[in-house]
Design a protein around this ligand. Sequence first.
Ligand code: BGC
Ligand code: BGC
Length: 857
Amino acid sequence: MPKINQKFKQKLSSLVVFSTLLATLAACSNGSSEHTTEKPQPLLAEKITAITVTPENWPKQQSPIKRIPEQEAKIAALLAKMTLEEKVGQVIQADIASITPQEAGKYNLGSVLNGGSSAPNGDIHAPPQEWLKLADQFYQASTDTSDGGVGIPLLWGIDAVHGNNNVVGATLFPHNIGLGAANDPDLMRKIGEITAKEILVVGIDWTFAPTLAVVQNDKWGRTYESYSENPAIVASFAGPLVEGIQGKVNTDKFLSQEHLLANVKHFLGDGGTQNGKDQGDSIVSEAAMRDIHGAGYPPAIQHGAQVVMASFNSWHGRKMHGSREMLNDILVERLGFDGLVVGDWNGHGQVAGCSNVSCPQAFNAGLDMFMAPDSWKGLYQNTLKQVKSGEISMARLDEAVSRVLRVKLRAGLFDAKLPSKRSYAGKFELLSSKEHKAVAREAVRKSLVLLKNNNQLLPLSANSKVLVAGGGAHNIGQQSGGWTLSWQGTGNKNSHFPKGESIYQGIQKAVHAAGGQVELSESGEFETQPDVAIVVFGEQPYAEFQGDVADLDYKPTADLALLTSLKQQGIPTVTVFLSGRGMWVNPELNASDAFVAAWLPGSEGGGVADLLFKDAQDNVQYDFSGRLSFSWPASPLDVELNIGDENYQPLFAYGYGLSVKDQQNLELLSEAVDPAVSQVNDQRFLFAGDPVQPWRLVLNDSGGNTQVSASSQASSLSKLLVQATDHQAQEDVIEATWQGVANLLIQGNPIDLTAKTQSGMALAFNYKVLKQQATKVTLSMGCGADCIGELDITSALKSKLSQGWQQANLALNCFAKAGSNMEKVDIPFMLAADSGLTIQLSEVKIVEPENTESCEL
Ligand code: BGC
Ligand code: BGC
């Protein structure tokens, strides 16, 4: 045996170590050390090239509406009379919060909208009379020809997405996810008809509904706006709903006095974004775009939908608002769309090279009307310039204006009288009329899905002692979700729904009618031992990106504790779960004898009691007929779980739902949380003011560490105080005040951030500086004393004082360079300061970098 000298031996062993390391690294870069066949994730730096569209692959249809020679002649005559300024005005829509009727008249704007939180006099509780009055003012200003203009009546658009939800007293239907579970296209027609009437009473012309998104990833905050993950349901609803709102095409009902303009949205691929990110990028094939996301559009167009809204999302890196292939070649040329294409809320500003006030690209791509809520004036001026300079051709402008005018002519706007003089105007008794409420209640009954009914606990005998508990029990705001009076739907009180009914109120009526007893206690206390407890809880209201989540785990723990304590007292429990998506609730399912997925039922909470109880004579009145239109997750990570998937393993499959006749007991489910959940959460540490599990928010001063567990808390020696406060939603922000030397940190098990650091990812957080007199403030990331990377942000914070909400975006590499060991970060975020700093924080997460690497706040 040859002699190996000591030195060589050492060298050899280090080589072995090195090569194993290399092998491990190589395996890791494939995303897993075992499954080396897995495709690597595309690198951030990799250029995404837009997919090419093949129009021949898309259905070829004709518009069902024949052009009428008299209308076409009128359009031509108007175009001939209009000034350039008047034409440009027609292709712009402003928000009523940012424009007066006089300005709309002066600039000849084609349209106004009220965004989710805009209302007459800035009052979201304005009575219906005020809406109608404002509609008159806008109409009058637009048709005023005293300045020598042609005076084209403007259109007002509103997000009546579950009933005329911005107007106090309107009937609120279940959000779309519940209607998908009801799966009743005829009901959709009725809902469309009723919603149209409740909009017409306040003199408005156009609703930004229905949404035809076919959501594939339920992390998306707009999952509840989607009828189903199955394109077949969405396609079957599109026609009846459009018809309900607009009336049947080619009949005298079409856009008659009892109908108005429908608007299908968001074209196209809104429900297909990567990671379910709102306004994100849909990296899907052309076939998926057509067959999944596009499924609702051909029928909607065949039924005469007059408006299509372009979507915020991109398709393989290109924004829809700038895609001529999609807006023109597919939508207009192939699908035969003959109405107007409107943009989404400053959506044009996201097109490469555009801003909110300038985007000839979107207009040239085929957008006929910009939604420019607060940016309308600048956009008007720039668009005018761009037509003058030829950047936008006169032909394109004329085409867009013709489309706007054609829709207005079809809607009868030129012959319509002042909004308050139209046939349905002012009939406020129609808002939540008995007949409308009955249909909404029917919709609630049809939308509920019974997931568990052990020992056939449901339906209950109404002549019993019933405890009603949980934060959602007597809370019409929570049961109605987002897009309710305000955009986010937060902060609503029962008194804001003068004609609505909470779930508790419905139960109370049913039980009292049968001679039973009801006690309401949110926290589950009772005076009389109940026969049964109904616990109502679930998600708090949200809309759009504010509803995006990292996983589907239902995080609050108080409801589970309540269910468990009731169970321990021998009380049978029925859960009524309010949510805008299927969620991982295995522990809550285990702690309930019966479990109902109630979605977001809207103002008619009484529909819930119809199903939970037998009638006063103890006969079954209604059975559960709702069936899941979205697959229910078996794990918090089943975010992209859809019917037809390979290895489809939901907890409850698409189409599932029990009948009260089913004798089917659900065994105890596993409550183990997939360890990968924490890996997902290495992306997001603080969300809506709360640490994202398993991360903890910790306060540290010389007295030691204190984990934050209440909405208001102090560090051990009170050097640091934190308190939950409201920004866009209830308690969605934490406010931290330093009264001495202390640290605010987010802490958890170590995560390896090296790959993210190398790919250029950044630490992002939203903050607002209320006070900055601390002598030193540092921001750091790391893993304890000797591997922490620290950035001095003392003066940067000072400069942001009283500047409102800010978004920080700091490359992870900044922390690496400052000495943080990115391999085992257990403190992804730490703010250290001394007395005099008050700062609010809402979100802390790891994101793709905004610009080039920056280590400046
Ligand atoms: C939403 C649309 C909505 C519009 C007007 C946008 O942010 O994406 O669905 O119609 O705002 O409120
Ligand atoms: C929503 C509007 C809302 C606004 C508030 C938009 O994205 O679509 O309806 O009022 O944001 O900032």
